[in-house]
Design a protein around this ligand. Structure first.
Ligand code: BV8
Ligand code: ZN
Length: 226
């Protein structure tokens, strides 16, 4: 089994999604913030945005849908969770075989020496520097126009190509390459089920679309998983 999650699974924890009402990109324009160009042009503005999100995420917790997926992992022989989310809530729920393909907002990476460290202080100020080389730190997340970590991408495609079932949970299925994982799964004969409040570009391809809130549907699905 492979599972792909997006911002919708964290919405019920209180983490704003990107494209929904009140979504992050609504109040901010993604190209102004989540791109290497934006960071090069105005690192403190980008840090303001990430410090704001870190402070938001620091006070929320994983929800029954995150915890149900951690439980489901123990019920199936081969399970891979591919998440587009950077909030770390799947880790907090206990998921083990997790691919955080867009990185993790609690990790920072030095733009000079490349060292990656976890740092849970919500507000890192608008120009945090590396303890080792004094280089400027950046969030260890994948911005638009940046390629994903090769190994993570390979593992995500492998899981998508070999699974029998793929659950696609709370994603608008517009961001690439993530939106291609269900297509890969389907092309290899997997059963693809989508759980979302509303239809997405993936809905016509999915074998099953289950409309509704992830917090209601995912725990019930896992409870009944024999
Ligand atoms: C790449 C980390 C290429 C940062 C994110 C033009 C210019 C430049 C690039 C492109 C371009 N056109 C296309 C591209 C490629 C681009 C892309 O796909 N753009 C899209 C917007 C068209 N992709 C990239 O740039 C990727 N890299 O392609 O590299 C390359 C190749 C070789 C060499 C060099 C480069 C990198 C993409 C990663 C971007 N980073 N996040 C951060 O978080 O700050 S993406 C960001 O969007 C988040 O990760 C988020 O998870 C992700 C996807 O959004 P969703 O998760 O789907 O969230 P969304 O709000 O959209 O939807 C929520 C869904 O949940 C909705 O459907 C809603 O109905 C549902 N929902 C809500 N609540 C509930 C619910 N469902 C059920 N119950 C609920 N309660
Ligand atoms: Zn450094």
């Amino acid at each position: 089994m492979a599972v792909l999650t997006g911002a919708g699974i964290s919405a019920e924890s209180g983490v704003p999604t990107f494209r929904g009402k009140g979504g992050l990109w609504r109040s901010y324009r993604s190209q102004d913030l989540a791109t290497p160009e934006a960071f090069a042009a105005n690192p403190s503005l980008v840090w303001e945005f990430y410090n704001w999100r870190r402070s938001l995420i620091a006070v929320v917790d994983c929800n029954p849908a995150h915890r149900a997926l951690a439980q489901l992992e123990t019920k199936v022989p081969h399970f891979t969770l591919i998440s587009q989310n950077v909030d770390g809530l799947h880790l907090r729920a206990g998921s083990k075989n997790l691919l955080e393909i867009h990185g993790n907002i609690w990790k920072v990476r030095c733009t000079k020496c490349g060292s990656i460290t976890a740092n849970y202080t919500p507000d890192l100020g608008t120009s945090p520097h590396c303890h080792r080389c004094a280089g400027l730190l950046r969030p260890h997340v994948v911005w638009f126009g940046e390629s994903l970590d090769y190994k993570l991408l390979q593992s995500a495609f492998d899981a998508s190509r070999t699974c029998d079932v793929m659950l696609v949970i709370g994603t608008s299925a517009v961001v690439q390459p993530s939106a291609s994982f269900p297509v890969e799964a389907k092309s290899r004969g997997a059963m693809v089920a989508e759980i979302n409040l509303e239809p997405t570009p993936l809905s016509s391809l999915a074998d099953m679309t289950i409309p509704g809130k992830v917090g209601d549907i995912v725990p019930r699905l896992v409870e009944n998983w024999s």
